[in-house]
Design a protein around this ligand. Structure first.
Ligand code: 26Q
Length: 861
């Protein structure tokens, strides 16, 4: 009876329309005559969700039966974007749904447009997590994601008439969300504050009591693989007060008291600023503790000894944000499971893997010791127990006992516990720091998990590093920098083999097939392969290389780029009411606003081009390539200089777009509220995209890969994944400029100690800065703080790279003038992008890091 009642996949138009109508009637309680596009979207989504559930159930059952080793991807951000189109393509049902909804009087594209982006993150790191989920399911790997079910996504960006960024909340769950399954029965208690008291028996165990408890409730999001039944899971936690809402406090006006039982969940810096650091720390602990409880419960169902935990579980830390999972697992194993410290540490250090996403010192996460002590007293003890022996070694061996900082060791019990561990055999390795580098006190201070200062701070990257089995960066250059700068001492101490590289990747399903269907179809036709073959083995794109020599093919290729430009122009016309010149070169820079990404270099380059055009005669201008420059990106709400850059871009756009002398040759747009969905329209339309960070600052970049995959050429610095893209496509197909990483430190030194006035060093740039200062774009004096970052200090080296940047732009112009050669470059670029599939990246993690294997869904599961 069960079997007969099981739902199966809808495969044909008839069952699809049936399921759609059924949802309109029963789930939405609506009827054909009052169904708008939004209602049709909801019905379609619910019907697709039913199909996903069939596969999701099969997958989870298979994982339960076969008990393979599983990997868990802990990320504070998942920038999923829209789901419906992606789900239809991955299920292979897009055409059927298109026909089905047409029969019912709807257009699939209009329906898809109804969906709001799930924007649970800031930028690259969050989108990477989403690509990895898609790849894990597509590669049939047993992987779950764990994150937070934020009530508010990243803020909506508005631009005021003056050109200022304004932030509005994004209550993305306003309408019901068909893509999540509330699991009200999956709930865990999470404690904050209270007291932690060591048992004083030398075991290192402690009792953590009191404080406040909240509940974590699970919401599951299904992650369908492409062309496979495997459907993985993304589990998001929502917080709930444990004993109901405190109405008394609330009515008495004590809102904070009433709310303190929630961990209110926001995805962005905005909330972080408003509600303070404590909220962010609580969010991080809430999520890691709930995830670990869940992972442990699943492991316990296997009835294996705890020591085998790392044989069944690998946990990937997406940056340091989930690092509290390390002391949390120690706490559970020692205090709750009664394990000896060394046994627990062995389990922990074989379970976790840490990916670093930045080497910029100011971006490395640190938490104030008093704050951690207050919110998570037991975890602070454990962190000290991890560092303790290193301190002890220093003190004993250097005979500096007098400098023993009592505040490090909260009690006598703690001191004797650490001493006992020091004497244990397993500590020989720690003592080895001192043996290996005798008397090197500075090294010990550098390596400590605690940074001295007011207040002391926990260095999360150090904690993540010592607590993990392996550490990796996200592109070759970046991983080298991790090994030679921020974690250098750890490499020398633990050996280089712990420190690897996994170059980032992107899913070709969303970032080619979905966002550029015409190009995808042309590629399928040219390669004479099933789409599902090359989309799962992207190196097959190399088969396009000979087509670069085929004139008819080039025409088709260029025609698609042109139509993608028109699609973008249409989108801008309908949303912003602006008319775009689609006959021009489309030049795009879209990413978070940050000084190191140097949007300022780009806008100053635009001004330079404008001033040059102004100085030309009309006849001279006619010879210049037409160019349309697009910017998009959000600035952190408190990042003054980044916001000023947006204001400059908007006001330069206003001036030059209105100038009759130049507007046929150069126009500029700042597109507000950058999102995954906007990227899907912009990327396929680009001829050239800019990735121009100061060398050594952009860990990888991932949009560079997306543009190139869509046949856009790259203008960039020798940084991050740009380098590996150039290695693949050949330097003749990219436009590189600027100083290299090894020069950066020297140049900065010169700025500080051998300052050369900008007029002398880079007259072209000085002229541009002066024009802005003189008010050419209005706003007298408003931009001075931004311009002064370049005139004084110039930490990101704009004055060093400006001339070669302008030269590179001129090379772009020259290359673009030779249309046929340009199209060849475009085809060759796409052809050589196979390496950058996130399938390749996820398989590297699976094989070289997590040791997990593909677990296909067998027919009888
Ligand atoms: C840290 C502490 C306190 C508050 C917030 C944060 C925080 C939040 C988000 C720190 C970093 C992030 C996001 C970082 C990020 O997106 N990094 C990008 O990761 C991409 C994927 O690896 C790379 O391609 C980019 O180069 C890198 O900048």
């Amino acid at each position: 009876v069960w079997k007969a009642g099981m739902r199966s996949l809808d495969k044909d138009v008839e069952s699809i329309t049936k399921s759609f109508v059924n949802h309109v009637q029963t789930s939405l309680a609506r009827q054909a005559h009052n169904l708008d596009d939004l209602g049709a979207y909801q019905a379609a989504a619910l019907s697709v969700r039913d199909n996903l559930l069939v596969n999701w159930n099969k997958t989870q059952l298979q994982y339960m039966r076969k008990s393979p080793k599983r990997a868990y991807y802990l990320s504070l951000e998942f920038l999923m974007g829209r789901t419906l189109d992606n789900a239809l393509l991955n299920l292979g049902l897009k055409d059927e749904y298109k026909d089905g909804v047409r029969l019912l009087g709807f257009n699939i594209e209009d329906i898809l447009e109804q969906e709001r982006d799930a924007a649970l993150g800031n930028g690259g790191l969050g989108r990477l997590a989403a690509c990895y989920l898609d790849s894990s399911a597509s590669q049939e790997l047993p992987l779950w994601g764990y994150g937070l079910r934020y009530k508010y996504g990243i803020f909506k960006q508005l631009i005021s008439p003056e050109g200022n960024q304004l932030e509005a909340p994004d209550p993305w769950l306003e309408h019901q969300n068909p893509w999540e399954l509330p699991r009200l029965d999956v709930a865990y208690e999470v404690r904050f504050y209270g007291r932690a008291e060591r048992l004083g028996d030398g075991s290192g165990r402690a009792l953590w009591t009191g404080g406040q408890e909240v509940l974590a409730i699970a919401y599951d999001v299904m992650i369908p693989g492409y062309n496979t039944a495997t459907t993985n899971n993304l589990r998001l936690w929502e917080s709930k007060p444990k004993r109901g809402f405190d109405l008394n406090s609330f009515n008495a006006g004590n809102y904070e008291g009433a709310l303190s039982r929630f961990v209110v969940l926001f995805a962005d810096f905005f909330a972080y600023r408003t509600f303070g650091k404590e909220l962010r720390l609580k969010q991080q602990y809430f999520w890691t503790a709930a995830s670990l409880s869940d992972i442990l419960r699943r492991f316990k169902n296997l009835n294996k000894p705890m020591s085998e935990f790392p044989e069944f579980v690998a946990i990937q830390l997406n940056d340091t944000h989930p690092t509290l999972a390390i002391p949390e697992l120690m706490r559970i194993l020692i205090d709750e499971e009664d394990l000896h410290w060394d046994a627990a540490w062995k389990i922990v250090t074989n379970t976790f893997f840490y990916t670093n996403h930045t080497v910029l010192p100011e971006a490395l996460e640190k938490w104030s010791v008093p704050l951690v002590e207050h919110v998570l007293p037991r975890h602070m003890q454990i962190i000290y127990d991890i560092v303790g022996p290193i301190y002890f070694c220093t003190l004993i061996i250097l005979h500096l006992t007098c400098q023993l900082d009592r505040t490090c060791f909260s009690s006598k019990a703690s001191v004797s516990f650490i001493y006992a561990r020091l004497c244990a055999l397993t500590m020989i390795k720690t003592v080895a720091v001192e043996k290996k580098f005798p008397g090197d006190r500075e090294r010990l201070a550098r390596m400590s998990l605690i940074e001295e200062g007011q207040p002391k701070q926990v260095r999360m990257a150090h904690l993540a590093c010592v607590g993990s089995r392996k550490v990796n960066g996200v592109a070759e250059l970046h991983s080298d920098l991790v090994r030679t700068t921020i974690l250098k001492d750890f490499v020398e101490f633990e050996g280089i083999s712990k420190f690897g590289n996994v170059t980032n990747g992107i899913t070709p399903r969303r970032w080619l097939d979905q966002c550029n269907p015409e190009l995808s179809a042309l590629i399928t036709k040219a390669l004479k392969l099933e789409k599902s073959v090359w989309l799962k083995d992207l190196t097959k794109l190399e088969g396009l290389l000979p087509f670069a020599e085929n004139k008819a093919f080039r025409k088709e290729w260029a025609g698609i780029k042109q139509r993608n430009k028109e699609r973008l122009a249409h989108y801008i016309e309908t949303t912003l009411g602006l008319t775009i010149n689609t006959k021009a070169l489309f030049d795009v820079q879209i990413k978070r606003l940050h000084e190191y990404k140097r949007q300022t270099l780009n806008i100053l380059g635009v001004i330079h081009r404008y001033l040059t055009l102004k100085n030309m005669t009309p006849a001279q201008r006619k010879k210049v390539n037409n160019r349309v420059v697009f910017f998009a990106g959000k600035a952190a709400p408190g990042y003054y200089i980044a916001k000023l850059t947006i204001r400059l871009i908007v006001n330069v756009a206003r001036t030059i777009n209105a100038d009759p002398d130049t507007r046929d040759y150069l126009t500029l747009y700042f597109l507000p509220d950058y999102s995954v969905s906007l990227a899907e329209v912009l990327i396929p339309a680009s001829d050239i995209s800019q990735h121009i960070s100061t060398a050594g600052t952009e860990a990888s970049g991932t949009s560079n890969m997306k543009f190139c995959l869509n046949g856009g050429l790259l203008l960039g610095t020798v940084d991050g994944a740009n380098i590996e893209i150039a290695e693949e496509v050949g330097e003749s197909n990219v436009f590189f400029f600027g100083h290299l990483t090894p020069a950066v430190e020297d140049l900065r030194y010169q700025h500080l100690y051998h300052h050369i006035p900008i007029e002398k060093k880079c007259p072209a740039l000085a002229h541009v800065l002066n024009q802005v200062s003189l008010g050419l774009f209005g706003d007298n004096e408003v931009y001075e703080p931004l311009l002064n970052t370049i005139r004084q200090g110039d930490y990101y080296l704009l004055s060093d790279d400006f001339d070669s940047y302008i030269a590179a732009l001129a090379m772009v112009d020259e290359a673009y003038s030779d249309t046929e050669e340009w199209i060849k470059k475009s085809i060759r670029t796409t052809a050589k992008m196979g390496k950058f599939s996130s399938d390749r990246a996820i398989n590297e993690y699976a094989e070289s890091y997590w040791n997990i294997e593909a677990t296909p869904i067998t027919p009888h599961s």
